[in-house]
Design a protein. Structure first.
Lengths: 162, 602
């Protein structure tokens, strides 16, 4: 969980970065979500943001729920975004999706019990030259096969156990 | 500056990074240091070199030897052989037809030699994080010319005369857009760059931002001078972290060098740029939705008019241009409108960057003159099918575009010609489809995308597209009727006419264009419960040919639901009632004994 003082600090920084009053919200939400351990915006934080920015809570949730990259639910340490656009689809992306779902035993929008992985869909990541592609947190992985993707997930799991 | 014997350009575009560029670079550095050559050999990480299917790629100068599909081991070997002993390492060279090795494909292979690079002129050539390399390639010369030698009106006239049209999709004349913003009354105006690239299959904007961020800064500053803006925004998708990182670094350098900020180049013109990051909403690529998103609102479009040129960001006159459009501006200012018009057609002058993806050999980015035929683009430059299967069609313009069948591949690629075929140039994504691709599936796929991304503000788009999707889903499951097909057409046209923004107005296009050219495929799904491309799972079955099966058990072992029965060295059989149609068996069979049939076996 993120403390009130940390949120205040983020808001202060945002103000310093010459953001105008109106456009500060999305920026702040990004910063806070990056800081919160489970990669989401907890209700408590949303309330503090509302107070700090003097924006009604309803307005914050209006914005929060519109954009797919924000989450109101806790997410895993690794957020896996699978490209479900046509270039990846024609490159057998369906098999990648099935392999990941099978390996992690979760569906889109779900998080593994150990809190490690969350599975999400994304639009085109613009790496169609090496499709199928997925993104894990800020890293891209291209030219995937079911075997490759299983190995990547196993490596991440293995790295955690060590 | 010390003298070097070799310069290595290594592609650090997103695609090459995802295929292991960093570990290749580390191996190079390690090995070079081992031989104490770090002062003699310079490694430069460049933007996207375009040939994404060959990555990771590097080019070694002075010879210009092109190495592809690199691994850390390959990098070590190249240091020892090429750099140390001067011997070209053949196994990592480009392979042409009949396995002919081509050390410098840049000159010989059409994928490279037929390109005319204007918007992508610096991609793969310079270090995007080094402003001096940009300046060495005439960077910021156009800004100097515009600010010191031209009036804003003259700048607008040059862009108007060049005939440059918006590369983001709509193809609206850029100079005219600037003129509207210039003439719109108001002291405070905004210059916005739309870098919310989201069309599936298009990635030129990402590549330009990653590979040449200064060109966007320079072009935005020129545009701001022309329209009279003092503040600019680049709206980038959050899915492009590398682009955001490099653009931020470039902005700082530009400020340091006095190309941004107060009194640019000693004139009384001041301008600065800030980055705004999206949060995952395709509709924000629509200009009024983008404006709402910058303002910290939900990214829902506004009713037009008023257009952004009249009432844009914070209701002030604003001008929005796409990344690729802006990247064309500096060379046009330097070389003049006639220079730009030597390429392309009368109504679509200049070049366009296309992103080749799908069933084509050379995937990646290519910049070619407008008016090139689809056949040249797909077969000559794209290298045709990678598997030898018959290419069936090309899908252009993503979810707003349509399909163009192979019979029409001699059509020149320009805004008007593609519109006449029911497709669009769009943002330049070209997804090549072959005989394995089902057109109903393709249409359904794009519609699913539009349904997901619809912001929900207007009813035709929110509800209409959903109903169209449901009908398509029914058809692919073999439950559709002929009336459904008629309804699809009717609904599609209504949604096009009545939606609020570009997303809804174009969302039915993939359905309408596949219906136009491939109605018989729709009818096969409906009448015969048959998917001619054998893609729709509910309409196919996997079968084993008893003549070809040798009983190796490979398929039975890989089957996740254990529905393949048979003893060793005896013909195997698939239990159709249990089969989940995952296709694993077909992949592992080395005897070609397993095939798909449609309609499905009961």
């Amino acid at each position: 969980m993120i403390s009130q003082s940390e949120i205040k600090k983020i808001v202060e920084e945002a103000r310093k970065e010459a953001l105008e009053k109106q456009d500060i919200l999305i920026y702040t939400l990004h910063k806070i979500q990056d800081k919160v351990e489970n990669n989401y915006i907890p209700e408590e934080s949303a309330k503090i943001i509302s107070k700090e920015l003097k924006i009604p809570l309803s307005k914050i949730y209006e914005v929060l729920t519109f954009y797919t990259m924000f989450s109101t639910k806790p997410r895993g340490k690794y957020v896996i975004r699978i490209c479900t656009s046509l270039p990846c689809h024609v490159a057998n992306g369906r098999e990648i999706i099935e392999a990941i779902k099978d390996e992690l035993k979760i569906d889109f929008g779900q998080t593994t019990k150990d809190g490690l992985f969350t599975l999400e869909e994304t639009g085109c990541l613009g790496l169609c030259g090496v499709s199928p592609v997925i993104m894990i947190n800020q890293e891209y992985y291209g030219n995937l096969t079911p075997e490759k993707v299983r190995e990547i997930l196993k490596n991440l799991k293995g790295g955690e156990e060590k | 500056m010390h003298l070097t014997t070799n310069t290595i350009l290594i592609c650090a575009g997103g695609a090459c990074i995802s295929s292991g560029e960093e570990s290749v670079k580390e191996a190079l550095e390690r090995k070079i240091k081992e031989y104490n050559l770090q002062d003699a050999i310079e490694i430069v990480e460049t933007g996207c070199m375009g040939a994404c299917s060959l990555g990771p790629i590097m080019v070694i100068y002075p010879e210009g030897i092109y190495y592809q599909k690199l691994t850390p081991e390959a990098a070590e070997k190249i240091v020892e052989e090429h750099l140390l002993k001067g011997r070209v390492v053949e196994e990592y060279l480009y392979q042409g037809d009949k396995d002919k090795l081509i050390p410098q494909p840049q000159k010989e292979i059409p994928f490279f030699s037929r390109q005319v690079k204007i918007a992508t002129r610096n991609l793969g050539v310079i270090d995007p994080l080094n402003i001096e390399e940009y300046i060495a390639r005439d960077g910021y010369f156009a800004l100097h010319k515009a600010l010191k030698e031209m009036t804003p009106e003259e700048v607008i006239k040059v862009i108007k005369d060049s005939g440059l049209r918006g590369r983001g999709g709509a193809g609206f004349p850029t100079g005219l857009k600037w003129e509207f913003a210039r003439k719109s009354p108001g002291d405070e105006k905004y210059m916005i760059c739309n870098a919310d690239e989201g069309d599936p299959g298009a990635f030129m904007d990402r590549s330009i931002l990653e590979g040449d961020p200064h060109t966007i800064i320079e072009a935005m500053t020129i545009a701001a001078y022309a329209i009279g803006a003092n503040k600019g925004f680049v709206y980038v998708r959050a899915e492009y972290p590398i682009a955001i990182e490099r653009l931020s670094a470039a902005l700082n350098q530009a400020r340091e060098y006095g190309f941004l900020g107060e009194n640019i180049l000693g004139t009384d013109f001041s301008f600065d740029i800030e980055i705004r990051i999206g949060a995952g909403a395709f509709v924000c690529g629509e200009e009024t939705a983008l404006i709402n998103s910058i303002e910290g609102e939900r990214g829902q479009p506004r009713v037009k008019p008023p257009y952004p040129a009249q009432k844009g960001l914070w209701n002030k006159p604003s001008n929005i241009n796409n990344v690729e459009t802006l990247a064309c501006v500096p060379p046009i200012i330097i070389n003049g409108p006639e220079w730009f018009r030597q390429w392309g057609t009368e109504k679509s002058p200049g070049t366009k960057v296309f992103a080749l993806a799908g069933k084509v050999k050379n995937t990646g980015l290519v910049e070619v003159p407008m008016g090139i035929t689809l056949r040249e683009l797909i077969y000559e430059i794209g290298g045709g099918s990678p598997t030898g299967k018959k290419i069936k069609a090309v899908q252009t313009g993503g979810p707003s575009g349509g399909v163009i069948p192979e019979e029409y591949f001699d059509t020149p690629v320009d805004y008007e010609s593609l519109n006449n075929l029911g497709a669009i140039v769009g943002s330049g994504g070209m997804i090549v489809l072959d005989e394995d691709d089902c057109m109903v599936d393709v249409a359904k796929f794009f519609l699913e995308f539009s349904v997901d991304e619809s912001c929900g503000k207007c009813t035709p788009c929110r509800e209409g597209n959903k109903i169209m999707y449901e009908i398509l889903d029914k058809i692919t499951r073999g439950e559709g009727t002929e009336e459904d097909i008629e309804l699809l057409e009717k609904l599609g046209n209504t949604i096009k006419d009545s939606s609020l923004c570009g997303l809804g107005q174009t969302a039915p296009n993939p359905v309408l264009s596949t219906l136009r050219y491939y109605k018989e495929e729709y009818l096969a799904h409906v009448r015969d419960k048959k998917c001619p491309a054998k893609k729709c799972r509910d309409l196919i079955s996997y079968v084993i040919d008893p003549e070809k099966c040798v009983g190796c058990t490979a398929c039975a072992r890989v089957c996740p639901v254990n529905c393949i029965n048979g003893e060793v060295r005896k013909v195997h059989e698939i239990d159709q009632s249990q089969c989940i149609k995952c296709g694993s068996c077909i992949e592992v069979c080395r005897f070609g004994a397993i095939s798909k049939v449609s309609p499905a076996i009961e």
